[in-house]
Design a protein around this ligand. Structure first.
Ligand code: NAP
Length: 359
């Protein structure tokens, strides 16, 4: 896949539109291109997506473009091959501008957020292996990064900010009554997370609670969405984040110590939930976003029924693990619905095959 260079973009033309393109490099961070006339799409609401090149970010950008939003996306490294997919999305040439920004650098965020009605703050690290330095690897980008984004949003008088949190900020609460379904009133217990050194969960809990507090104190409309494990097809040429998990179940790389019970949701349904949380005037507070609850051995049986020939893990034990029960009723009351797990699985597997990640 090819990322256009600045030079490349200067010479690019869109033959289907008899429009002249102008590079609008009005500031040094902007790396996209803009149409120099008022198309219908250009007149639509402008929104910013941080972490546009990630698993969730790219699907959100895709959804927003399909609805004719004018989108500013932030990426840290425009040359990273995973960001190439963004340029290929339908309507990207008209309605997507990418900005080089790091959430740790407050000043890099302003140009991306300027002029936007809404911001979706998606960027935050997902741990890929053991965390060596939780402060720099997790807390700074998740917590300080979120506060930087919110400050920039308040400064730019953004109308609403949707922050992507996680069920990691909901479910780790040993004081919650056993067996009771967890809803948005349940928060992961920070003390418990600290003592168990569950750093990702702690960083998401800190970031989400501070985001909601920041909104209240500063008169900024902040809504949070807490997805469970996100699965589904990828838009990039290589999987990032949790897209690896389903793949690892098929290619024999699944490690037995990984989760044995999954609460999961399709990445495209997460994108819909984020848009709903942005668009619905009545949206407020936090929203759990989960669709399916399944033990891993049942998931593997489901996969085997459809795709019998892959290299599935042999010894899956439920151990003494408990099934976590979470409710997305609040989100469903906003109008959110989700696709079947079978659809997610089949679309993901077919997508991996097409991307050359599976035979
Ligand atoms: N995947 C899941 O199962 C899941 C579940 C619940 C919640 N979430 C949340 O969803 C969000 C997106 O996750 P994902 O699954 O899409 O993971 P991903 O594909 O790894 O994307 C993470 C994104 O965060 C960006 N990022 C990380 N540190 C940054 C920094 N300092 N400055 C700017 N951008 C930074 C990355 O940018 P680069 O491209 O520059 O690296 C990347 O775009 C995260 O907030 C995560 O906590 C994910």
């Amino acid at each position: 896949m090819h990322i256009p260079t600045q030079q490349g973009r200067k010479t690019k033309t869109i033959s289907s539109l008899s429009l002249s393109l102008s590079l609008s490099l009005s500031n040094e961070n902007q790396i996209g291109m803009a149409l120099d006339l008022d198309t219908e799409a250009a007149m639509n609401e402008g929104v910013c997506v941080t972490g546009a090149g990630g698993f969730i970010g790219s699907w959100l950008v895709n959804l927003l473009l399909s609805k004719d939003y004018s989108v500013h996306g932030t990426v840290r490294n425009p040359q990273d091959t995973k960001n190439a997919a963004l340029y290929e999305l339908p309507k990207a040439s008209q309605n997507l501008k990418l900005f080089k920004a790091d959430v740790l650098d407050y000043h890099s965020l302003g140009p991306a957020i300027a002029g936007c009605h809404g911001v979706f703050h998606v960027a935050s690290p997902i741990p890929s292996s053991t965390i060596k330095d939780p402060q720099t690897e997790m807390f700074e980008p998740a917590v300080k990064g979120t506060l930087n984004v919110l400050k920039a949003c308040a400064e730019a008088k953004v109308k609403r900010v949707v922050v992507v949190s996680s069920v990691a900020a909901v479910m780790m609460n040993p004081n919650w009554p056993k067996g009771q379904v967890k809803d948005e009133t349940c928060w992961s217990d920070k003390q418990y997370l600290k003592s168990s050194q569950t750093w990702y969960h702690l960083s998401k809990t800190e970031a989400e609670s501070l985001a909601l507090e920041f909104g209240k104190t500063n008169g900024l409309d902040v809504v949070t969405v807490c997805p469970s494990l996100v699965l589904g097809p990828i838009l990039q040429s290589t999987p990032t984040s949790t897209a690896f998990l389903l793949l690892s179940l098929l290619n024999g790389e699944y490690k037995a110590y990984q989760l044995t019970h999954w609460l999961a949701v399709d990445v495209r349904d997460v994108a819909e939930a984020l848009l709903m949380a942005y668009k619905k005037p009545e949206a407020e507070g936090r929203y759990i976003c989960t669709a399916h609850s399944i033990w891993l051995d049942d998931l593997v049986d489901k996969l085997k029924n459809i795709y019998p020939d892959y290299n599935y893990p042999k010894h899956l034990s439920r151990g003494d693990g408990e099934e976590d029960k979470l409710s997305s009723e609040k989100l469903q009351r906003l109008g959110w619905s989700f696709r079947s797990l079978e659809e997610t699985i089949v679309d993901a597997v077919e997508n991996y095959k097409k991307a050359g990640l599976l035979d």
